[in-house]
Design a protein around this ligand. Structure first.
Ligand code: NAP
Length: 251
């Protein structure tokens, strides 16, 4: 029986697994999670949890488990696992695909400040807060907050699925625990209620977290947009349907 390993941790991976089960009930699908989130939302398939032990560990897993094909449907900012997946697939001759949502495009009315990384995002905030204090909505994930710790004239509101450790948070930051999707009306009310002046965001793509971008557009609010890390080489698709077509081709 053909076995597909899907690297997940995203809604897109879950949607792909669900669609693949319907299209190929005879396939064995293994969904792999890093194990960072407690009580993750999961589709109905075999689940494995935890790191593989780098590229070598993943290559060994592909061989030992007789994996027919690998679909990397991790988050666009999960650069390490995507790089490992590309190398392990190439080393073992396993057909592989990156399934990643297309990035959001800047549209009329958007006031985006582009940053290559979180350090540059913090420098943008520093510049924007020179003349007046800012309340910043940090939506970058709890492991990416360090560069924002030393901003003198900013107060932070950090939204996270899980409570960050105190050491991860910028001094004085307020935490809002919530799991998306977040619609535009919700985000509009959130930005107003919390007197937010500027948003820091990843370019995640998709609709689940696009509400804040739409709300910022309506409010003419600046968004510091952190660029995606480059994807490793290999075949890339942006939608579940295209990934299903790829599976048809390689089976
Ligand atoms: P990362 O930096 O690219 O990966 C770090 C290490 O975590 C990898 O080397 C691997 O450990 C392990 N790992 C990551 N994803 C895995 C998976 N699906 N299955 C098994 N092991 C995995 O990843 P990250 O940015 O910390 O993200 C961790 C997970 O959260 C990913 O699954 C990602 O899809 C999800 N996520 C990330 C973000 C984000 O903004 N980064 C947002 C939403 C969801 P080994 O080297 O030991 O194999």
């Amino acid at each position: 029986m053909a076995r597909i390993l899907v690297l997940g941790g995203t809604d897109l991976a879950n949607a792909f697994v669900t669609a693949l089960r319907v299209a190929h009930p005879d396939l064995e699908i293994v969904l792999s999670l890093a194990g960072r989130t407690r009580n993750p939302k999961l589709p109905d398939c075999v689940i494995r949890t935890g790191g593989f032990g780098g590229t070598e560990g993943l290559a060994a897993y592909l061989r030992e488990e007789g994996i027919t094909a690998l679909v990397d449907a991790t988050h666009p900012y999960a650069a390490q696992i995507s790089a490992n997946a590309a190398k392990a697939a190439s080393e073992t001759g396993t057909p592989s695909l990156h399934l990643v949502r297309p990035a959001w495009e800047q549209a009329s009315g958007d006031n985006w400040h582009h940053a290559q990384d979180y350090e540059e995002a913090a420098r943008h905030l520093d510049a924007l807060s020179q003349t007046h204090p800012l309340t910043v909505f940090l939506t970058v994930g709890r492991q990416e907050l360090k560069p924002f710790h030393s901003l003198m004239n900013c107060t932070h509101v950090a939204r996270s699925v899980e409570q960050p450790d105190a050491a991860e948070l910028p001094p004085g930051a307020r935490v809002v625990l919530a799991r998306g999707p977040f619609r535009e009306e919700h985000e509009m009310a959130f930005l107003k209620d919390n007197a937010i002046d500027v948003i820091v965001s990843k370019n995640s793509g998709g609709t689940a977290t696009y509400g804040k971008i739409l709300a910022a557009r309506s409010l003419r609010m600046p968004v510091v947009m952190v660029a995606r890390p480059p994807l490793p080489e290999g075949e890339i698709v942006g939608y579940v349907e295209s990934a299903l077509t790829w599976v048809e081709r390689i089976l």
